[in-house]
Write a new protein. Structure first.
Length: 190
């Protein structure tokens, strides 16, 4: 079984919306505004690219990343790995041609089937709604969270507000940085 890893920039109050400057959110770009950049705090992002063997995205994140990431040297390792987009509305003609093999999955059941295949870890970037669905369905195995010392209030959250049984997590790696960022890596306890 493949490991499904959710990676996110998240505010202390759980917001994951528009960390890189995506339009339409009042606090867009919150990861770099008034935040001292410390390269060591982002080392996990390079490690994720080396360890992952496939990427899973929701449609909105795919549409935000696919015009930009294929040509960015910072994301070169992602260009060649298979990508899967979970969407009921995206069609093949909505896929970019310069970002490697991309498959559209239509349901969380198809994600569960993908996890049963041979291969290494699958990384989930962005994709707030997808992350909520994956978490609620018990499909996420690990979280890589860079927690920013900010309270953003409104915005898309990493976790849903679904009333469900307690889900235990085990902290397997953590570090705090001088700029207030915290790296927290959690395994989901089954």
């Amino acid at each position: 079984m493949r490991t499904l890893i959710s990676t996110a920039f998240v505010s202390l109050d759980g917001v994951v919306e528009a960390p890189g400057g995506e339009p339409g959110y009042r606090n867009s770009g919150w990861t770099f505004k008034d935040m001292e950049f410390l390269p060591e705090a982002f080392d996990i992002k390079g490690r994720e690219q080396k360890e992952a063997t496939a990427m899973l995205l929701g449609r909105l994140s795919y549409e935000a990343f696919s015009p930009v990431w294929p040509d960015m040297e910072d994301f070169a390792d992602y260009k060649v790995m298979p990508k899967y987009v979970v969407s009921t509305t995206l069609t093949d003609d909505g896929l970019v041609s310069n970002w490697g093999e991309t498959t559209i999955l239509r349901s969380l059941d198809e994600v569960a089937a993908l996890k049963e295949t041979e291969g290494g870890p699958i990384i989930v970037h962005g994709s707030a709604a997808l992350n909520q669905g994956l978490s609620d369905a018990g499909l996420i195995d690990r979280y890589h969270l860079l927690v920013f010392p900010l309270l953003l209030g409104a915005g898309k959250r990493l976790f849903s507000a679904t009333d469900k049984d307690t889900q235990k997590l085990k902290l397997v790696e953590h570090e705090a940085y001088a700029n207030g960022l915290q790296k927290n890596v959690f395994d989901v306890v089954r």
